[in-house]
Design a binder for this molecule. Sequence first.
Ligand code: NI
Length: 172
Amino acid sequence: MAVLPIQCYPAPVLKKVAAQITVFDDELAALAADMVETMYAAPGLGLAAPQVNVSQRLIVLDCAGSDEPADLIVAVNPHIVERDGEVCEEEGCLSVPGYNAVVKRSAWVHVRYQTLDGSAAEREAEGLLAVCFQHEIDHLDGKLFVDRLSPLKRSIFRKKYKKILQEQQESA
Ligand code: NI
């Protein structure tokens, strides 16, 4: 297992629609294991394959609180089949360092996906996990949480993010 480098906006891979996964082999399992390690090391609540420069439909997430047992989900080809309600929560992203914003999402989602051996799985989620599923599945469609902001907020983001990137380069 290895911690993989995380791609940051504006890396082109983050804008691409990721490919459906059709081969469930050791290579896929190894990628998932590396993504899990990368997510926990960051630390982050979720990670999508495009964030580690692999344009395939694979996400990992663990939204358990620090006082709860781990709740690791590895989801291949995930898609939302039903959604309900509305929540506005502050989100951040490992691919958009140094910037958080409130995003409007569905409050409840029903997600179908495949496990690493290709069998069908599903999960209903609310609260933080529901938000996280939507955020990570967006990554597979080439969308970042900043793409869901109003045009005004997005232009503020672009200005702020330019500065954040400059500061990072200067300190590197
Ligand atoms: Ni993200």
